[in-house]
Design a protein around this ligand. Structure first.
Ligand SMILES: Cc1cc2nc3c(=O)[nH]c(=O)nc-3n(C[C@H](O)[C@H](O)[C@H](O)COP(=O)(O)OP(=O)(O)OC[C@H]3O[C@@H](n4cnc5c(N)ncnc54)[C@H](O)[C@@H]3O)c2cc1C
Length: 434
């Protein structure tokens, strides 16, 4: 029997799609390679410390999805005002860097202001690539001290090869007068997309995934899509075997999906090979003591192995036992690179000692490594064309790829839930029309 819809992946995207299909009376077959649901929105409890795949905070923008998420969490949700900063040469500079230049040394502040005024005077904003854009908007000072080193550490590829398509609200561009004001006064302001966010009070972000899984229906765990025959519409799945299907709703990484598609034409395989991303290693640590009042800190300097440190127990006190701390360090490498975990652990510990967060190795009670690969799709200048080429071909064979990695985009959880619902609606319309 042919399955009407095969959903690949039980992350937030796949489960939202299943939820929508079930509402339309269609029961999809869901396969998930791991033994748990939620994908990157899963949580782990280790001796009373709650760990996510690094901080997973809800930035809610749209009324329908906000309502759905709040209903799913049934009161298990708190609203939090962001307290984040940049750790810069031993100083704490409130986020965003560009609006708080007064926290720099006089020399660095003057460099940033002078270069910013030069850029402003030029009045020509480059749209060619991120590096040029940053210099043309913020000037060389802000770009060289923060914007470029931080983004190089995160993205792992040359920033003059990166387009501006990912930015949306992710990079705050304060009003010029606000940059100048922030260079001479210490008034903190909230700017950017994540000034206020939500988080489950109990259970980490995995609480949301677990609740959504109850609406998604049966999930077949430990079942990985191994190969696809797109012309014959047959999926080969570990633990199940051959599955004939009518439609596929895919949330596994687009690049991998094409590698697994045995009959994809060379043109499609070539487009997929061009897709680039980074890999992020997440080191979760349970500490004996509380170490910071921040939600997270950015580390633009190379001497620190992580680009960001975050503090789960400041999202919710239930993320760590009383007076202890649950934290994460995020380390990025290129997609196919790996790190030596024991060496990296030593480097992170050394950095935490240097910052003053811990004094000795015994201050760490619990460790957990997690890996997100791919983690961030790299928006190079040809990415959009490659994705269009791939999707046109997939769609013409009844395969719809969506979600953060299925669509290969820089997206966030609420957006993935919205995409999942919309994909479910689109597929159910096709089925019900027949
Ligand atoms: C470091 C980091 C921090 C983030 N922080 C935030 C944040 O603060 N706020 C926010 O909103 N978003 C954040 N995100 C983004 C968020 O994690 C994603 O947008 C969201 O979880 C993606 O959901 P998804 O279902 O599309 O993908 P995934 O979560 O990747 O789910 C895909 C699922 O498919 C399964 N799968 C993959 N391949 C196969 C296969 N071949 N066969 C069967 N199953 C398969 C996977 O196991 C997984 O369960 C962050 C992401 C990263 C990397």
């Amino acid at each position: 029997m042919r399955e009407k819809v095969l959903i690949v992946g039980a992350g937030l995207s796949g489960m939202s799609c299943a939820f929508q299909l079930r509402k339309a009376g269609i029961s999809p077959l869901i396969i998930e390679k791991e033994a748990y649901c939620g994908g990157l929105a899963a949580s782990f409890n280790k001796k009373g410390f709650t760990f996510d795949y690094s901080g997973h905070l809800l930035h809610l923008r749209w009324s329908n999805t906000t309502k759905l998420i709040k209903n799913l969490l049934k009161g298990n949700i708190i609203k939090i005002k962001r307290n984040s900063a940049i750790y810069f040469k031993g100083n704490i500079i409130p986020y965003p860097f560009q609006a708080n230049l007064s926290f720099l040394s006089d020399e660095e502040r003057n460099y940033c202001v002078e270069e910013f005024l030069k850029a402003l005077k030029k009045n020509s904003v480059s749209q060619r690539n991120f590096k040029e854009w940053s210099i043309s908007v913020f000037g060389k000072g802000i770009s060289n001290l923060f914007m470029l080193p931080y983004n190089e550490k995160l993205w792992q590829y040359p920033l003059n090869e990166m387009s501006l398509k990912w930015m949306g609200n992710f990079v705050p561009v304060p009003d010029p007068s606000r940059i100048i004001e922030g260079a001479y006064s210490k008034a903190k302001t909230i700017s950017g997309y994540n000034g206020v966010f939500y988080y489950p009070l109990n259970g980490g972000i995995g609480a949301l995934s677990k609740s959504l899984s109850k609406k998604a229906g049966l999930i077949n765990y430990g079942c990985e899509l191994i190969n696809l025959k797109a012309y014959k519409k047959i999926a080969i799945v570990n633990g199940i075997g051959e599955i004939p299907y009518s439609y596929i709703a895919n949330t596994s990484p687009l690049k991998e999906l094409i590698e697994k598609t045995l009959d994809a034409p060379e043109k499609i395989k070539k487009a997929a090979r061009k897709l680039r991303s980074n890999t992020v290693y997440i080191l979760n640590l349970g500490l004996r003591k509380k170490v910071s009042s921040h939600h997270w800190l950015y580390f633009p300097q190379k001497e620190y192995p992580f680009y960001r440190l975050g503090f789960y127990d400041n999202f919710s006190p239930f993320c760590a036992p009383d007076s202890k701390s649950s934290i994460y360090a995020e380390i990025a490498v290129k997609q196919n690179e790996s790190i030596d975990l024991s060496l990296s652990l030593k480097e992170v510990i050394a950095a935490l000692k240097k910052i003053g967060f811990i004094k000795k190795d015994e201050d760490i009670e619990e460790t957990q490594w997690l890996k997100a690969s791919p983690a961030y799709a790299f928006y190079d200048l040809g990415m959009e064309n490659s994705i269009r080429t791939i999707n046109d071909w997939l769609n013409s064979h009844g395969i719809f790829s969506f979600g953060r990695y299925g669509a290969w985009k820089y997206s966030f959880m609420e957006e993935n839930i919205k995409d999942g619902i919309e994909t479910g609606e689109m597929i159910s319309e096709k089925i019900l029309k027949k």
